[in-house]
Design a protein around this ligand. Structure first.
Ligand SMILES: N=c1c2ncn([C@@H]3O[C@H](COP(=O)(O)OP(=O)(O)OP(=O)(O)O)[C@@H](O)[C@H]3O)c2ncn1[C@@H]1O[C@H](COP(=O)(O)O)[C@@H](O)[C@H]1O
Length: 107
């Protein structure tokens, strides 16, 4: 069981965003801007999907880590705290996903 949390990763990303792009991938992505960071997020999402559908357990773990890290970078560039996403997830705990979908105006 790891003590490492997404909150820890958020803090690392915030700290490294201010580093030199020559010495930090995080800083390089932040300097490149949201289109580049979001493109990397999309690539990691596709690689995660491929690992899942091919039942590649080890790669699914590896690509999921890449995906979560790049999501944290995209949220950082968008100036959205992880806590805002967690609040949205918490709000959703009051009903099932199926009930939420059925209640949409345009399902
Ligand atoms: N978790 C990560 C993490 N996961 C993936 N990556 C980097 O994401 C980059 C993209 O990897 P890919 O192989 O998918 O992409 P690529 O083909 O090399 O890149 P392109 O040529 O396509 O642009 C690689 O440089 C990975 O090392 C990460 N870089 C940083 N972190 C965390 O951020 C911290 C600070 O890192 P720096 O900002 O680099 O100091 C690290 O100690 C980690 O905790």
């Amino acid at each position: 069981m790891s003590d490492f949390s997404l909150k820890d990763l958020e803090e690392i990303v915030a700290r490294r965003a201010a580093a030199s792009p020559e010495e930090s991938w995080t800083a390089k992505l932040v300097a490149a801007g949201q289109p580049k960071a979001a493109k990397k997020l999309g690539e990691e999402a596709v690689e995660t999907v491929m690992a899942a559908v091919t039942h590649d357990h080890d790669n699914l773990v590896y690509e999921s880590a890449d995906l979560l890290y790049h999501l944290m970078v995209v949220l950082k560039i968008a100036d959205i705290p992880l806590d805002t996403v967690m609040q949205e997830l918490e709000r959703r705990t009051t009903q099932s996903g199926l009930a939420e979908k059925a209640g949409r105006k345009n399902p």
